[in-house]
Write a protein that binds this ligand. Sequence first.
Ligand SMILES: *[C@@H]1O[C@H](CO)[C@@H](O)[C@H](O)[C@H]1NC(C)=O
Ligand SMILES: *[C@@H]1O[C@H](CO)[C@@H](O)[C@H](O)[C@H]1NC(C)=O
Ligand SMILES: *[C@@H]1O[C@H](CO)[C@@H](O)[C@H](O)[C@H]1NC(C)=O
Ligand SMILES: *[C@@H]1O[C@H](CO)[C@@H](O)[C@H](O)[C@H]1NC(C)=O
Length: 414
Amino acid sequence: MKKMWIVLLLVQCYLAASHKYPDPDAKILSIKATLPFASAMTNPHNITPFDHCETNVTPPTVFKIPEYEINLDLPAEDRWTKLVSDKREKIIALIESIKQNCDQLFGKSLFWMVNEFLPLLTQTLPAEYRQELLGISSATGLSVGEITLFNVFYEFFSVCTSIVAKSEEGVLYHGRNLDFGLFLGWDPANHTWLTTNLLKPLVVKLNFTQGNKTLYQSISYAGHTGILTALKPGKFALSIDERFKLDGGYVGIVEWILGMRNQQWISFLTREVMEKCTSYSCAQKELAKPPLVAPVYFILSGVSPSEGSIITRGRNDFNIWPLGQKHKNQTGDWFLVQTNFDQWKKPPFYDDRRTPAIFCMDKEGNKDVPQALQNVLSTRPVLNKLTTYTAIMSAEKNMFEVWIQSCPDPCWPW
Ligand SMILES: *[C@@H]1O[C@H](CO)[C@@H](O)[C@H](O)[C@H]1NC(C)=O
Ligand SMILES: *[C@@H]1O[C@H](CO)[C@@H](O)[C@H](O)[C@H]1NC(C)=O
Ligand SMILES: *[C@@H]1O[C@H](CO)[C@@H](O)[C@H](O)[C@H]1NC(C)=O
Ligand SMILES: *[C@@H]1O[C@H](CO)[C@@H](O)[C@H](O)[C@H]1NC(C)=O
């Protein structure tokens, strides 16, 4: 039991900075507010986060996103071997960088606990996923603790934007930016976040197959086994955005470690939903229902004109915000925007990506929705220094596009 409490210390390594800001629901995001140096470094010209909507954005074609098959018929420990062997050097570079940052922030004594104590957490994970993590560990030579860290704590440190939008013809499109790397090291020379840079070459498209058929596709970082962005062609598309709450993931992890295992990890739940559900309504029900280790937003789009929603999950409750609802400043009722704040609350002043996204979506209109999403997701600060990739999906059109983003100066750090 004593060891388990040390796992919590490790969690603390990641959450410590969050206690300095008084707004309880902005807990982890408040890290942003406690890093004025980052702002000072990126913001030499006093830029404002938002000044105009981008237009006519075309995705860069320079970087081809690699595709891999994850064969679910293989034993769990072999499924990821090809992918993580190919990306081994890059995964190691990322973990090394996180390690150094953690050491700098909290002293050397903290990261060694990853190897000592996270394997205890690994042992408690559902068998199939535990086997996958063990397989990745032996394929990369990284410790089980490091691989677990990479997988489990992802859920707590991404900051993202998701938009579901319906075209004039009633076709649903689903766009998302995945922003990751907050507070894990600022590179003053390049004006970039170290972790964000190291994640970009890890972005891959995955086909999860069974019986030689593609069950669903996802966009992932090599080494991460969960689902953050995924498409079931002809059925539905899903993305997840972080939700920060005081009684959030921290409490959930504590309870899990103490043996209260009737709750689900978000990454594993989304894998199950992608695998088992064959309709939007099934996905919506299954995402809304089970108790969760951490709060989260699920953004879901289907194949008929009304099938779009944001499912705001507490650990034991849910709220569904369906397509058709509007924010105060929103004119059109054909799209939904979700960042990292509850729909019924104002976003905090230091991180308002929602207002510009809504403003620009309204300005775009619903004639050419994929183009509108490309433009809006490339508009600062919806696009910021943390953005790793932009994806646009449509279950009906079987569209599954992704490209690596960059945000040259002047650009807001988050
Ligand atoms: C993944 O699936 C897509 C669509 O079914 C297909 O075009 C692509 O070739 C597949 N890629 C791999 C690596 O299996
Ligand atoms: C920073 O930029 C320089 C030059 O553009 C490049 O050589 C270097 O690899 C970059 N460093 C990182 C950590 O990205
Ligand atoms: C998948 O295809 C391969 C080669 O085409 C075949 O050997 C194998 O039996 C198939 N597996 C299943 C589960 O159908
Ligand atoms: C709506 O727009 C007005 C004027 O642009 C602004 O002052 C207000 O904060 C906005 N409200 C919300 C909820 O974004």
